[in-house]
Design a protein around this ligand. Sequence first.
Ligand code: ATP
Length: 253
Amino acid sequence: MEELLSLRRLSFSFPQQKLVFSDLSLTVRQGEFVSIIGASGCGKSTLFKAIAGLLAEAQGEIALQGSARGENRLGQIAYMPQQDLLLPWRTVLDNCLLPLEIKGRAGKGGAATVWEMLERFGLAGYELAYPHELSGGMRQRAAFLRTLMTGGELMLLDEPFGALDAMTKRDMHRWLLELWGELGRTVMFITHDLEEAILLSDRIFLMPSGSVGPLQELNVGLPRPRRLEMNYELGFVSLRAELERRLYETRTV
Ligand SMILES: Nc1ncnc2c1ncn2[C@@H]1O[C@H](COP(=O)(O)OP(=O)(O)OP(=O)(O)O)[C@@H](O)[C@H]1O
């Protein structure tokens, strides 16, 4: 598989603050699903902002499709931040149309595309509803569709299911696994949920805490298509134990 994103020795600190992370290197291949896990505050969201091109001061190299120019990344990467940030005064349809509006492509064709996609996202009948009328899972699907509409091969999803109850989260996993198979996009995904990371990912990167140490990589290697029931299987359980062990080690360094 072709390399889509490459980070080389990436470091970042906020002005007059200690390092958030240092010397991080990784590559993500086209079409991969990669998760980032790590202790709270270790810099996962900051890493995503740097990759999206929002932190110009980051040191090191971030190359997308071989190009290391930051301005090339802005607008080429679809970034879904931790809060869904749906605009409360816009309908679901208009929220999801926003990225096309910004690009001047929200005409009749654009609205028809989004309308059609809303059905695939389980939001048929809610096109003209406002965000406060949706359940948590529906809001996340709407925010996800809006992110998708920004285009770009790489999607950065920052803990999209963190606030959902266990059952809704399972539904979202089933839905995302199916959708990801169809879309063929490359996804980077932040989560605190180890089972979620294993179920969805090809590889998992574990960020060090306290800004020291390298990224650790775990190859998931479970067959695809994945099924929710896999989390009872031995291979899955051993991966979970291994991940927990490594997470514990990085936290006690
Ligand atoms: N705008 C900012 N200015 C200064 N420090 C910041 C800013 N944003 C985040 N930080 C600090 O940078 C560190 C990393 O924050 P970040 O949100 O990236 O962590 P995280 O791993 O995503 O955390 P969580 O898992 O809790 O979401 C934290 O110590 C945080 O307090």
